[in-house]
Design a binder for this molecule. Structure first.
Ligand code: NAD
Length: 256
């Protein structure tokens, strides 16, 4: 599928994997709406790639609607990537393995609201608009990629909320792809392993933590890069024969 002359939305586009995807989409000729909570980083990236920043909290359905509208006003919306997400290590719950923090209803609800429900809400709203596009020669009107995680298939201490949210993203892949196929829209899920992004925090402690994590990767023994993830996301968006798939990009990692 050709993206030149289209608009695209990347939630969580201000940072990490989303930012790498936004750059890659711009290189494909799409005008990218960087949809994120973080205005400073989002605006800077949008300026760099000739896109537009939209301040969006994916748990707010009206804000998602605004981003979809903004994209469709620029050009036909043909690509959406849901990368907004929060991880278990991100202050929401403790990394101390204590049940009180890891199993708080507040943490579980928040992680699921952003990672799973926010993703579904963008999918359904974007698909409604995409279904109005002129089809290409394959009958394709658009493509969507959701970001899951290898944590959907495995789980670490304190990660119940994260694994459940990403398991939900994996679980909805095939049924939603089946539903959207009728409208000429493909949907795939990319499940990253350990990718070097600000999701692990910043500073000396975070760097030491990431170096240790890299040792658990089968090969190469390091964290992945945003660009390595972005190239798979672009493949899923543009390869006309990719649909309803969950693709791991993880250096062969198997959690101990
Ligand atoms: P990141 O923290 O660098 O970027 C995530 C972005 O999402 C941030 O810019 C943040 O502001 C935004 N965001 C958070 N909550 C939001 C909300 N409510 N509304 C809108 N935007 C919001 O993280 P990343 O590593 O680039 O992660 C991107 C995706 O990939 C996430 O879904 C994450 O769970 C998934 N993932 C990451 C890794 C990894 O190792 N980095 C591994 C597996 C899966």
């Amino acid at each position: 599928m050709e993206l030149t002359g289209s608009s695209a939305i990347v939630t969580g586009g201000a940072s990490g994997i989303g930012a790498a995807v936004a750059r890659a989409l711009a290189a494909q000729g799409a005008t990218v709406v960087v949809a994120d909570l973080q205005a400073d980083k989002g605006e800077a990236l949008a300026a760099e790639i000739g896109g537009v920043f939209a301040q969006v909290d994916v748990t707010d359905t009206d804000q998602i609607a605004g981003a979809v509208r903004a994209a469709a006003e620029i050009a036909p919306l043909r690509a959406v990537v849901n990368s907004a997400g929060i991880g278990w290590a991100q202050r929401t719950i403790g990394r101390d393995g204590q049940l009180e923090s890891a199993h708080s209803l507040e943490a579980f609800t928040k992680v699921v609201a952003i990672n799973l429900i926010g993703t579904f809400d963008m999918v359904r709203q974007a698909a409604t608009v995409m279904s109005q596009n002129e089809p290409d020669e394959d009958g394709c009107r658009g493509a969507i990629v959701n970001l899951a995680s290898v944590a959907a298939f495995d789980g670490q201490i304190g990660q119940a909320s994260y694994s459940a949210s990403k398991g939900g993203v994996v679980g909805m892949t095939l049924p939603v792809a089946r539903d959207l196929s009728a409208a000429g829209i493909r949907l795939n899920t990319v499940a990253p392993g350990l990718i070097d992004t600000p999701i692990y925090g910043e500073g000396e402690q975070a760097e030491a933590f990431k170096a240790k994590l890299g040792e658990s990767v089968l090969f190469p023994r390091r964290l992945g890069t945003g660009a390595e993830l972005a190239s798979m996301v672009i493949e899923c968006l543009t390869n006309s024969y990719m649909n309803g798939e969950v693709v791991r990009v993880d250096g062969g990692i198997r959690m101990p």
